[in-house]
Design a binder for this molecule. Sequence first.
Ligand code: ING
Length: 308
Amino acid sequence: MARIITVAAAQLGPIQRSDSRASCVARMIVLLQEAAKQGCDLVVFPELALTTFFPRWFVEDIHDADHWYEKSMPNADTQPLFDEAKRLHIGFSLGYAEITEHGERFNTQILVEKDGRTVAKYRKVHIPGHEKHEPDRPFQHAERYYFTPSNEGFGVWKAFGGRVGMMICNDRRWPETYREMGLQGVEMILCGYNTPLHYVPDPSQDALAGFHNALVMQSGAYQNGTFVVGVAKGGIEEGVDSLADSCIIGPSGEILAKTETNGDEIAVATCDLDWCYQYKNTLFDFDRYRRPEVYQRITGQRGAIVAE
Ligand code: ING
C-alpha cells in the first residue's frame, strides 16, 4: 500500500515588529484552511513564525527580549491554530523562539500530528550570525546572542505514516544535518528559514542566495533519498528583504513545488514516501557503500587542519 503524504509548504510574508501573535496565527489559519481544501495531511510553517525576526536588533539586557519567546506551547496565542488544525484533521510543523523554565533560549520547531498531539520537538543545532552587538552592520543577525545551540542533535520520528525529521534554517547548509537523519532512515525533512537576501560578511553572495538555498536542500534530499520541505518567512520585514522560494523537493533532488510570491502562500505536493527507496536502495545504499572507517575527521574535528 503506497504511503502518501500531501504536504504544504506554508510560506509567510513579513511579520513586522508591531504585528501581534494573534495576527500571525490568523494568517497561518488561513493557510491551513487553503491546505485543507487541497487535501493536505501536513502543513509546514517557517522558522520563528510567531514574531518578527528579532535577532535583527541587539538589546544590551537580554531580558528586554523575553517577550519574543514562548514559555509554553501551545499557549493562549497559539491554541486557535492547534484547535483549527485538529478540526481540519491536519498536522503541522511550527517554528518559534522557546524559553524554558530554566531560562534557556532555543530556536525551536515542533511537529503536531493530525489528532493534535505534539509528537516531536527539535531545537536548532547550527546557530549562525554573531554573539555581540556589531553596530556598523545595516542590521544585526545576532542569533548566537539570543539562542543556545542545541546538543540534542537531529531526531527522526514515526509520523504521518513515515519517518519525519526537522531542521531549522542554517542547519540546511550543513551536509551533516541531512546525513544524521539519513542514517536514521528519514523520508521527509521539514525546514523553516529566515534568510536575508543581503549577507553582510560577504555581499558577493547576495546574488546567489536563491541558488544556494535550492542547492543545499536539493543536494541533501538526493544524497539521503529523502523529501525536503523548505519554508520561508519572505519579503521585506522591518526594512530587510528576505528570501522566499519555499519549495518541496523529492528524493531525486527535483523541485516538485515552489511558491511564486514572497508573501503568504502555500506550495503543495503529493509525496509517495516509497520513492525514497529508489535512491536509498541503489546509489545511496549506505550500509553497502559508505566507509565510516575513513571518515574520522567528520566527527573528530570542528575546523579544518591544514598540513604545512
Ligand atoms: N539564517 C541564515 C541562513 O543560514 C544567513 C543565516 C543570514 C545566511 C544572512 C545568509 C544571509 O539561511 C538563519 N536564520 O539561519
